[in-house]
Design a protein around this ligand. Structure first.
Ligand SMILES: NC(=O)c1ccc[n+]([C@@H]2O[C@H](COP(=O)([O-])OP(=O)(O)OC[C@H]3O[C@@H](n4cnc5c(N)ncnc54)[C@H](O)[C@@H]3O)[C@@H](O)[C@H]2O)c1
Length: 270
């Protein structure tokens, strides 16, 4: 049951692919908290049909958009403003895709054309979303935009490959656009840096099982799950976080500030 945290708020959720998606859980949470929603994903993801189940539950229209395509984004925001009867209050950017990872290319042998596409989909797309909202004056004052990231932007996790660079760029766009949107309209822009989570995108990382159990052992609270992440995002869309902007917020059970844990030492043996 919700607490009406988002009563009267309206927003767009990008990236709900299936029930495991962080965006899927967030849409459910925001709905429970009283928000009105528009759901969107790439046309190829929509063809899988899963999102219609979510749309029924949260009573939201689905408007397809390839996040790298400015025309699609314009159409999405126009459709959303029509649905909401004006501007809206929040956007979740929950999008990631690495062509080099998907095609098994090692970081040192990167295909640069694929890399351009990866950076476009996973990082510059946030700029494109914000730019479209800015140009159309789609976000209300004190609006909130959240994008999802990972700690490989700050520290090396070798198998995260080119996505480490994409997340670093995403976090930079968050700060830069966050500055301008804050000054212009008190809109805040933040990233949430989430624990490894079993989703379609997450499981694409090589050696994911080892990765997730290492993080579990290295986090005093254990890994943060997708449901907890959804709660945090809902809070970031609420009026309780109005003065938080341009931040990278770790949602990782303490992993980011832990040097070592008893559980890891024990495993190392004598
Ligand atoms: N799962 C993890 O371990 C983890 C950890 C930290 C951060 N994240 C981040 O969380 C976000 C959501 O990922 P997830 O784990 O829920 O996986 P997911 O696979 O469920 O979601 C990724 C989404 O990106 C969408 N997408 C890909 N290309 C697109 C395009 N061109 N246009 C529009 N949408 C497109 C996909 O359709 C999908 O819905 C990503 O940014 C991911 O990097 C995930």
């Amino acid at each position: 049951m919700g607490n009406n945290l988002l009563k009267g708020k309206k927003g767009i959720i990008f990236g709900a692919l299936d029930e495991k998606s962080i965006a899927w859980k967030t849409a459910l949470r925001c709905h429970e908290e009283g928000a009105r929603l528009v759901l969107t994903n790439a046309p190829v993801a929509l063809r899988m049909g899963e999102i219609n189940k979510l749309a029924d539950i949260v009573k939201a229209p689905v408007i397809g958009a390839d996040v790298t395509n400015m025309e699609d984004l314009k159409n999405l925001m126009e459709g959303s403003m029509k649905h909401f009867g004006g501007g809206f209050d929040f956007i979740l950017h929950s999008i990631g895709m690495s062509l080099n990872v998907r095609k098994g290319k090692h970081y040192t042998e990167m295909n640069y054309e694929w890399n351009q596409k990866t950076l476009d989909i996973s990082a510059m797309s946030l700029h494109k979303v914000l730019r479209t909202a800015w140009d159309m004056d789609a976000l209300n004052e004190w609006g909130s935009v959240v994008a999802l990231t990972y700690i490989a932007a700050q520290r090396v996790f070798p198998d995260y490959n080119e996505m480490a660079d994409a997340k670093a760029l995403l976090e930079s766009v968050t700060r830069m656009f966050g500055y301008y949107y804050g000054v212009k309209k008190k809109v805040r822009v933040n990233t949430i840096s989430q624990s490894p989570t079993r989703t379609t995108a997450g499981s694409g990382v090589k050696g994911f099982d080892g990765f997730i159990s290492y993080a579990e052992k290295m986090s005093p609270l254990g890994n943060a799950g997708a449901d907890d992440c959804a709660n945090y995002i809902a809070l970031m869309f609420s009026d309780y976080t109005r003065m938080v902007t341009m931040q990278n917020l770790f949602h990782d059970g303490g992993f980011s500030f832990t040097g070592v844990t008893g559980a890891v030492i024990e495993q190392m043996g004598s």
